[in-house]
Design a protein around this ligand. Structure first.
Ligand SMILES: Cc1ncc(COP(=O)(O)O)c(C=O)c1O
Length: 386
């Protein structure tokens, strides 16, 4: 059994910790910010739902299930298809062992788009389509920044893959790219340049395919930093972004949001002290926070998370400096024990995460509250696994 969901108690203060808390007002504000930002351009929004893995969060983002979404696993595709989504991009390279799973999801009436970046897979998909008497919706993945997968925008293989897909009877939806290196940028200007690089690569590939006589209707780009800071999306038809919905300390470190925008936190309780060391021990270790130390590569390392009081207000320069499986160690950034706040055993705190996708993945549900309120509005389930 995945977990024993806590019964719906009325207040955060009634909960057994650690648990995941979602500030609905901050989330709604983040959604609004992304939407009004993208409204400057003529693009569709295809949010990445891997961050939240929750139909309740996605319905808040899109209103209903008629829109397009991006997923990172076929289980996500299945789940969101079962909840009514009909236009889903599975944005992790497809492999033959998953073709049957894709067909099963498509049989439910969902347009499930797969991505690939090699002739080998394009041909294998063609063989499968012939054998199963079907066709697939496909996007070619482009490597815009050397981050991970994708074809080089100038490579001959782009056209070879496009031709193989068309010859095999597949529906070539277009090209997609993800500027994952935007997470390593060190200035707003660098993110803006990365956004341009992401756009240029995707549009260049779409035009190369078109010049070769291959239709390429969709040009899909996106990461939260580039989606928030792009100045020009000419030629782009859709934008994907995921972590923006909650935001996190990595995004705050990049300057994409402020720590006060982060909607997700882990509620924890003080279980002890090592006063001479200036440590406060809590029940939120890395199982509750995740092992993600994304801010360790940034100019300001936030440890395993920044500490807020129960209201979600940041304590000045207090962070989770270390984490064992079920123990968190909180201290002042300076390491000076005299500066560690006096927080008796039983004090409840909220920890802002480095990486919202990773921290939420440690939990089975969101306890939803309004900003500055302990009242629990709802408990939203999220799912795990593949
Ligand atoms: C293919 C793809 N598209 C979009 C995104 C969304 O990026 P972010 O979470 O920065 O918004 C991701 C994130 O990993 C991704 O892998």
């Amino acid at each position: 059994m995945d977990n024993f969901p806590q019964t719906l108690t009325s207040k955060l203060t009634d909960l057994e910790t650690p648990v995941l808390v979602l500030d609905r007002d901050r989330m709604d504000q983040n959604i609004q910010k992304m939407r009004s930002n993208l409204a400057r351009f003529s693009v569709n929004f295809r949010p990445h739902v891997k961050t939240n893995k929750s139909i309740d969060v996605v319905k808040n983002m899109l209103g209903d299930t008629s829109g397009a979404i991006t997923v990172s696993t076929l289980k996500e595709a299945e789940y969101f298809s079962a909840h009514g989504f009909k236009d889903i991009l599975y944005a992790v390279g497809i492999i033959p062992s998953k073709f049957d799973h894709v067909i099963r999801v498509r049989q439910a009436g969902t347009k499930l788009i797969v991505v690939l970046d090699s002739l080998e897979i394009a041909q294998a998909l063609g063989d499968k389509a012939k054998q199963a008497r079907t066709s697939f919706d496909v996007m070619i993945e482009i490597d815009c920044d050397g981050h991970r997968s994708g074809v080089d925008p100038e490579s001959a293989s782009l056209i070879e893959i496009g031709k193989a897909l068309v010859a095999g009877g597949q529906n070539l939806i277009g090209v997609m790219t993800h500027a994952g290196n935007s997470y390593n940028c060190r200035s707003i200007d660098a993110i803006k340049k990365m956004a341009m690089q992401e756009r240029d690569a995707a549009v260049r590939c779409a035009n190369r395919l078109r010049d070769a006589g291959i239709a390429c209707p969709t040009v899909s780009v996106g990461s939260t930093p580039t989606a928030m800071l792009a100045d020009n999306l000419d030629g782009v038809t859709e934008v994907r972004a995921g972590v923006f919905v909650f935001e996190d300390l990595v995004m705050a470190g990049l300057g994409v949001c402020g720590a006060e925008d982060i909607a997700l936190s882990v509620l924890t309780t003080v279980i002890g002290h090592q006063k001479e060391k200036g440590w406060i021990i809590t029940d939120a270790g890395w199982m509750a926070m995740s092992r993600d130390r994304g801010t360790s590569k940034q100019p300001v390392d936030q440890g395993y998370g920044l500490v807020c009081d129960l209201n979600g207000e940041l304590l000045s320069d207090v962070l989770v400096v270390d984490a064992n499986q079920e123990h968190g160690v909180i201290a002042h950034r300076s390491g000076d024990p005299a500066k560690t706040p006096d927080l008796p055993i039983g004090t409840m705190l909220r920890i802002l995460p480095n990486h919202a996708c990773a921290t939420s993945a440690q939990h089975a549900q969101y306890h939803v509250v309004h900003r500055d309120s302990f009242d629990i509005l709802a408990v939203w389930a999220r799912f795990r696994g593949w």
